[in-house]
Design a protein around this ligand. Structure first.
Ligand SMILES: N[C@@H](CCC(=O)N[C@@H](CS)C(=O)NCC(=O)O)C(=O)O
Length: 228
């Protein structure tokens, strides 16, 4: 096994996978990409991630790292690249960055509840999403261009699903939330983020993401109907 060989097992529509691709590209780390069929996972994926059996999995010199947040930290530590650090140098600022990455992960179910909400629940779950996004905007982003300042960092990559994915979700659920009139700074951040060449060149097609998300939601709804 070549010591430095890097392989990423992923799935094209996954925001967890995209953030790893963005980090590797921002660092200029060459890698091989293996697209997984999530309904028929490869033996390699099951061997590399026997606990969660999910993508992304990064394999570096034959050793596997799973969980996107862990992978991003691994990338930063393995290729610290002074020109393009993805975490701040100051330990306190690093702690703050990790706090906001963790906050987004803790709120995952809030966003999932909105995404999967039935018609009668969408206002309630949508309000919870709006309140969460306001906290992210006011406390984490504040007046900065990116979460980490003038350059994209790990916090920006972690919230990258606010570009595309949340827009598709709110269209499908039928309740706009991330809108310039309610979340102006966060919308400006999304525009800046999307315009960065590495992000722009490595975003999946929005219409295809929307179609994928719609199918996922319909499958969930029909499973719920048959189990009740
Ligand atoms: N906590 C994980 C979540 C990854 C995840 O949910 N991956 C999905 C694709 S978006 C997956 O592999 N799903 C396959 C399955 O659940 O069987 C991370 O951050 O990496």
């Amino acid at each position: 096994m070549e010591e430095s060989r890097v392989t990423l097992h992923g799935f094209w529509a996954s925001p967890y996978v995209c953030k790893v691709i963005w980090a590797l590209k921002l660092k200029g780390v060459p890698f091989e990409y293996v697209e997984e069929n999530l309904s028929d996972k490869s033996a390699a994926l099951l061997e590399y991630n026997p606990v969660h059996k999910k993508v992304p999995v990064l394999v570096h010199g034959g050793k596997a790292v799973a969980e996107s947040a862990v992978i991003l930290e691994y990338i930063e530590e393995t290729w610290p690249d002074r020109d393009n650090p993805l975490l701040p140098a100051d330990p306190y600022d690093r702690a703050l960055a990790r706090f906001w990455i963790d906050f987004g992960q803790q709120k995952r179910l809030t966003f999932m509840a909105f995404f999967l909400s039935a018609e009668e629940d969408k206002e309630r779950t949508g309000k919870q999403v709006l309140d969460t996004l306001r906290i992210i905007q006011d406390e984490a982003l504040a007046d900065k261009k990116f979460f980490s300042g003038n350059k994209i960092g790990l916090v920006d990559l972690s919230y990258g699903w606010l570009v595309h994915w949340i827009e598709c979700v709110q269209d499908i659920v039928g309740l706009p939330i991330m809108e310039p009139h309610s979340l102006q700074k966060l919308c400006e951040w999304a525009t800046n983020f999307r315009q960065e060449p590495v992000i722009k060149e490595n975003l999946p097609d929005k219409m295809e993401v929307a179609a994928h998300i719609r199918r996922f939601r319909e499958r969930f709804a029909s499973k719920t109907r048959t189990s009740t």
